[in-house]
Write a protein that binds this ligand. Structure first.
Ligand code: AMP
Ligand code: ZN
Ligand code: FE
Ligand code: FE
Length: 286
């Protein structure tokens, strides 16, 4: 019995609609998924309806982009068990999405200055919800500027790419306060992406725990066995929940499969049960 608590749909930068995603979850034999689109809740109602139809539990989630506490880097936090109308978080997302619009225009400008004949309209037309770099990557692929999505990121769009533009991000304290207020379960996503030593990661996690962090995504597509073990140990040390997810995006991340990641990912349903127990102990709905 397995689950996947980190997935994306066309409500942000995934390529399956929420319904298709849930149907696919059923096909690959998952008990439950969390839909965790970037900066939006738009896909959740559809995913939940599909969950009822196909017999897959759908956890209402989203993925937030935050500054690191030192203000230098970025990190992602998953919010799970979102209430029906998280007004406070919606307001934060409105601010973030306004920043995304500016950023997307800046990326277009940079690319055009570098000789790439791309338009904002063509990129935006690829998105049904939140417009992000994967939509740029798809457009560049179809223009023949790159020969793979990966090349689009490594040469142009990624953190060290020629047309990189940083994203408007929430501050950790601000974000955790909101997540605590709305009663969401907060999970530090893909901790390896912090790009820190285990000791520095541990220090950050202690700090986030103080702000209200509930768990760590120790099981993740890009984590090695050693990474998973180290992050599970860290979770235990800090009394945090362990979460797991593939970060499935469909064909924009063709090497990642729903539930199984790069092939060997295995996320036991028991982790979700423990999350629910911890919520019930706090008087939060499950
Ligand atoms: P954005 O939210 O616009 O900054 O875009 C971030 C998204 O780009 C994340 O969801 C990643 O899944 C995706 N991404 C980052 N690097 C790569 C890559 N090398 N290949 C495919 N997708 C990527
Ligand atoms: Zn994404
Ligand atoms: Fe992420
Ligand atoms: Fe993600």
């Amino acid at each position: 019995m397995t689950i996947d608590l980190h997935t994306h749909s066309t409500a942000s930068d995934g390529t399956l609609s929420p319904t298709e995603l849930v149907k696919h979850a059923k096909e690959v034999g998952l008990d439950a998924i969390a839909l965790t689109d970037h900066d939006t809740f738009k896909g959740l109602a559809e995913a939940q309806a599909a969950g009822k139809e196909f017999g897959v539990e759908v956890i209402r989630g989203c993925e937030l982009s935050l500054e690191t506490p030192d203000g230098v880097g970025w990190m992602h936090v998953l919010a799970l068990f979102l209430p029906p109308d998280p007004q406070e978080l919606q307001e934060a997302f409105d601010w973030v999405i306004a920043g995304r619009k500016e950023r997307n225009h800046e990326i277009v400008e940079k690319l055009r200055k570098l000789g790439v004949n791309i338009t904002y309209e063509a990129v935006a037309a690829r998105a049904k919800g939140t417009v992000g770099r994967p939509h740029f990557a798809q457009e560049m692929l179809s223009l023949g500027v790159v020969s793979s999505i990966n090349e689009a990121f490594s040469v142009w769009l990624g953190d060290y790419g020629r047309a990189y533009v940083p994203k408007r991000k929430l501050k950790p304290k601000q974000a955790f306060d909101i997540l605590n207020n709305i009663g969401a379960t907060s999970i530090l996503a893909h901790p390896f992406a912090l790009n820190l030593s285990l000791q520095d990661t541990d220090n950050f996690i202690a700090e986030f725990k103080g702000m209200g962090l509930d768990g760590i995504e120790a099981i993740y597509s890009e984590h090695s066995k050693a990474d998973t073990k180290a992050y599970c140990k860290m979770a235990e040390k800090h009394g945090l929940l362990i979460s797991g997810g593939s970060d499935f995006h469909g064909t924009v991340k063709p090497h990642i499969s729903l539930g199984t990641g790069k092939g060997k990912l295995n996320i036991p349903t028991e982790l979700l049960d423990k999350m629910k127990e911890s919520r019930i102990a706090k008087g939060l709905p499950v």
